[in-house]
Design a protein around this ligand. Structure first.
Ligand SMILES: *Cc1c(COP(=O)(O)O)cnc(C)c1O
Length: 361
């Protein structure tokens, strides 16, 4: 199978090679050294300010979305949630569950956030802002400079879910005034699912220490304290963390984050220009699209997006990514993260062309 989903994505041979080894015992100075290195390399890739830290959470990306909501906000906060798809909606659900007062900025699916959306929230007493870098459901890339400036101007704590956008789209905690950001192991880092990572600036560290959440497993001050000596409070996904270490060092050697973002952009552009003449419309305008994923609508009447996902899987051995909910018949997605070659993109485009010949697309 060729995998064009947005996670788990195709892994490199190096990552797979490490995956076949036994899992070592981890309460050792050797593993601690690996973890300290992981922390420093991640801080570098996120362009995190001085004194930032990383919480290594064993759990998928949602665990770190929830951990962030629990550790950075309380019922005394008032937060803005950008809801332009299923991941934005998840932040709203988390605020609801954890009794964090919130206001949703609901966007039409596939549409960007603009200055107009934010205008009425200036000087309105908000203390937190929750947003995705890329809303993976539609492929919209949010304007993080616009959001960062708004947050600085209003003294708002900015928490960014960059699970899918990290290593595909530009992200700098320093330049964009981001206080905390997360990513996950099975997206662009192309590791097995199991871990997610939160980068906390000094303000985020202070916030979680002051809040001191009522949770054993999601207690960030505990993670930060153990992290000082390269450890975690509980058994982490040790194998994934070793794969992470090899991958981060390889990224650094290959030219760092700009290089990774450029490769994702090139894959996205290569794919998007190859399908220009096909009966597939981009659901999100190219100018607002992340490099992580392309959301596509079949334009021929009666063609179901979900059926295309099934046929491509069963008859061509390729996974594209189906959409859920109300977009399921209308939209499917093609991911551009992970170890994907041009030949594989050609194979997918070839499958689309074959479907057109067969009258199915
Ligand atoms: C994948 C993803 C997540 C995490 O999903 P999990 O299934 O919990 O790993 C969170 N946010 C975004 C934007 C994502 O793309």
């Amino acid at each position: 199978m060729i995998n064009f989903t947005v996670g788990p994505v195709q892994m490199d041979e190096e990552t797979c090679g490490i995956g076949k080894n036994q899992i070592p015992y981890f309460r050792t100075p050797e593993f601690s050294a690996v973890m300290k290195e992981n922390e420093n390399l991640l801080l570098d890739l996120f362009d995190a300010p001085e004194n930032s830290r990383v919480v290594f959470m064993t759990g998928s990306g949602t665990a770190s979305m929830e951990g962030g909501v629990m550790n950075f906000f309380t019922r005394d906060d008032k937060v803005l949630v950008v809801n332009g798809g299923s991941f934005g909606h998840r932040f709203a659900e988390l605020c609801e569950i954890h009794s964090v007062p919130y206001t949703e900025i609901k966007l039409d699916y596939g549409k960007p956030l603009t200055e107009t959306h934010l205008a009425r929230f200036e000087n309105a007493g908000y203390t937190g802002f929750l947003v995705q870098l890329c809303e993976t459901a539609t492929g919209v890339l949010y304007d993080m400079s616009l959001i960062g400036d708004f947050c600085v101007r209003n003294g708002i704590f900015l928490f960014v879910d960059a699970v899918s956008g990290f290593m595909a789209d530009e992200l700098s905690m320093k330049k964009m005034h981001i206080n905390a950001a997360i990513t996950g192991s099975q997206k662009a880092l192309a590791l097995p699912p199991s871990m997610s990572f939160t980068i906390l600036d000094e303000k985020a560290v202070e916030r979680c220490q002051k809040i001191n959440v009522r949770s054993l497993y999601f207690n960030y001050p505990g993670y930060l304290k153990d992290g000082e000596r390269g450890q975690t409070p509980f058994t982490p996904a040790v194998g994934t963390l070793l794969q992470l270490n090899e991958k981060l060092k390889r990224i650094e050697k290959a030219g760092g984050i700009e290089k990774q973002n450029r490769l994702a952009r090139e894959r996205a552009q290569y794919f998007r220009s190859a399908i220009k003449d096909l009966p597939l419309a981009m659901f999100t305008a190219e100018s607002n699209s992340s490099n992580c994923v392309t959301a596509l609508c079949p334009t021929k009447p009666g063609v179901s997006a979900h059926r295309i996902f099934e046929i491509i899987k069963d008859e061509y051995g390729i996974w594209v990514c189906p959409n859920g909910g109300e977009l399921s018949q209308k939209v499917f997605r093609v991911g551009h993260i992970g170890a994907i070659s041009e030949e594989e993109i050609d194979a997918l485009v070839g499958a689309f062309r074959d479907l057109v010949r067969r009258g199915l697309l």
